[in-house]
Write a protein that binds this ligand. Structure first.
Ligand code: UGA
Length: 443
């Protein structure tokens, strides 16, 4: 008996999610075609150059291209002719005029692909979508399928973190598959055979549950961060230390120590827009009350940016006008060049608008940051940013910032003041170096 040949895969949308998924699956031995509407991105990926910074991606992309198992195209018809399983990995950004997710790109992936199919196909959504989207897309796909072609659609939410995207794709902490079809389930077990052999839990649900698992997970993570930031506000007023508090409550394994780092708050292309889109969808479903707490989570989060800017103003005696501020960090988190909804840039821009001369340095996100905030001053190193600065502001916890030597830096700045907006520095060492150190939610 001969076993079925492995399915061929297409990955539609080659951002942080799709590019990594395509390269990893090719390295696991599948033939993969990556598709994007952006010709420049496709050209760069075809040359083994990721259009964004993600650790380990250049190496695995090169290996996948060298194996001959990974190609890229802008042509959905080519993907339709090539693959049996089509992963939808396009973005679902916040809509321009509301909190809801803009699902234009998932719609156009399906309507652009399906009419070109010449054999049965399984579409697998990975994008984060409002609950109900998958069922609607399945109906759409079936209505567009050429005669004699059977199209099914499953939902497989993605939980990867930027900065760890390769590791999270190769060995996710769980695989969630929403489908009511046993054959789709079997096919996806074959696609994820490597991860399953590695012991990764595989959870089969219905379509709606799979969609909701993703937004529920991100809402929970956002809630944890805003919870600890709310504690930071109380600690600051009460003269307590939120880092010690987080450490102490984290020992309770029902609470857990992760995602309890108080600071300038969460940003990026996922958490902020996902909690807003979830609230908007709950409103459409008539259950606004169930998620009204997420508005508070969002408000607490945005307040941290104002609190950070206000702390800078206070440290500079009530006004930043005419002062020089070193902003260390622009990316929304370390090991990423992503500046979407970055708290770091938000704070830097706020202080700039209050009259400060803000010098920004980030190890990887300079080009993206400068494109978004061209009026800020971008310099080539942390040391350059700090030269003659009245205040040093640590906004993204890159390792090289955490490793800065207070004694070495002291001679370079105009005022030995540091605001640690990520609570990652050792206050004792910095104060011993003669610095006026301030964290968020610390005495
Ligand atoms: C997040 C989720 O963690 C992923 O599981 C999910 O797949 C992804 O969104 C997505 O929906 O695509 P990501 O946005 O890459 O991943 O970044 P996180 O590591 O979750 O960090 C989000 C933000 O929270 C960052 O700005 C980070 O600095 C902040 N954060 C995180 C804190 O302020 N405190 C913490 O304790 C942890």
């Amino acid at each position: 008996m001969t076993s079925a040949p492995p399915p061929k895969l297409s990955v539609i949308g080659t951002g942080y999610l799709g590019a990594v998924h395509a390269a990893c699956m090719a390295n696991f031995g599948f033939d993969v075609i990556g598709v994007d509407v952006d010709q420049r991105k496709i050209d760069q990926l075809s040359e083994g150059k990721p259009p964004f910074y993600e650790p380990e991606l250049p190496e695995i992309l090169t290996a996948a291209l060298d194996s001959g198992r990974l190609t890229f195209t802008t042509d959905l018809a080519q993907a339709a002719a090539f693959a049996d399983v089509h992963f939808i990995c396009v973005g679902t950004p916040q809509s321009a005029n509301s909190n809801a997710a803009d699902v234009t790109f998932v719609n156009s992936a399906v309507s652009g692909l399906v009419p070109h199919l010449t054999r049965d196909a399984l579409l697998v959504g990975k994008s984060t979508v409002p609950v109900g989207t998958a069922a609607r897309l399945r109906t759409l796909a079936r209505s567009l399928a050429p005669a004699g072609v059977n199209v099914d659609l499953a939902w497989n939410p993605e939980f990867l973190r930027e900065g760890f995207a390769v590791a999270d794709t190769q060995r996710p902490d769980r695989i969630v598959i929403g489908t009511d079809s046993d054959s789709a389930d079997q096919l996806l077990r074959a696609v994820y055979a490597h991860q399953l052999a590695d012991g990764v839990p595989y959870l089969r649900t219905d379509l709606a549950t799979a969609e909701l698992v993703k937004v529920a997970a991100n809402s929970f993570l956002a809630t944890k961060i805003s919870f600890i930031n709310a504690m930071a506000e109380v600690c600051e007023r009460a003269g307590a230390d939120v880092t010690a508090l987080a450490h102490a409550i984290g020992y309770d394994d029902r609470i857990g120590a992760k995602f309890l780092r108080a600071g300038v708050g969460f940003g990026g292309g996922c958490l902020p827009k996902d909690i807003r889109a979830f609230m908007a969808r709950a409103g459409e479903l008539g259950v606004d009350d169930a998620l009204s707490f997420l508005k508070e989570i969002d408000d607490i989060n945005l307040r941290q940016r104002t609190r950070t800017a206000n702390a800078a103003v206070t440290m500079l005696g009530g006004s930043v006008n005419g002062k020089t501020i070193a902003a260390l960090g622009a990316a929304f988190k370390p090991d990423s060049d992503d500046v979407r909804d970055s708290p770091a840039l938000d704070v830097a821009a706020n202080l700039h608008l209050q009259g400060a001369r803000v010098r920004v340095y980030d190890p990887k996100a300079m080009a993206n940051a400068a494109a978004l905030f061209p009026t800020l001053d971008f310099v080539d190193s942390a040391i350059d940013a700090c030269a003659d600065a009245d205040l040093v502001l640590l906004l993204t916890e890159w390792k090289e910032f955490v490793a800065l030597d207070p004694n070495e830096l002291a001679a370079r700045t105009a005022g030995k003041r540091i605001l640690d907006a990520r609570n990652v520095l050792d206050p004792v060492a910095w104060r011993a170096g003669g610095w006026h150190y301030r964290g968020l939610g610390r005495p």
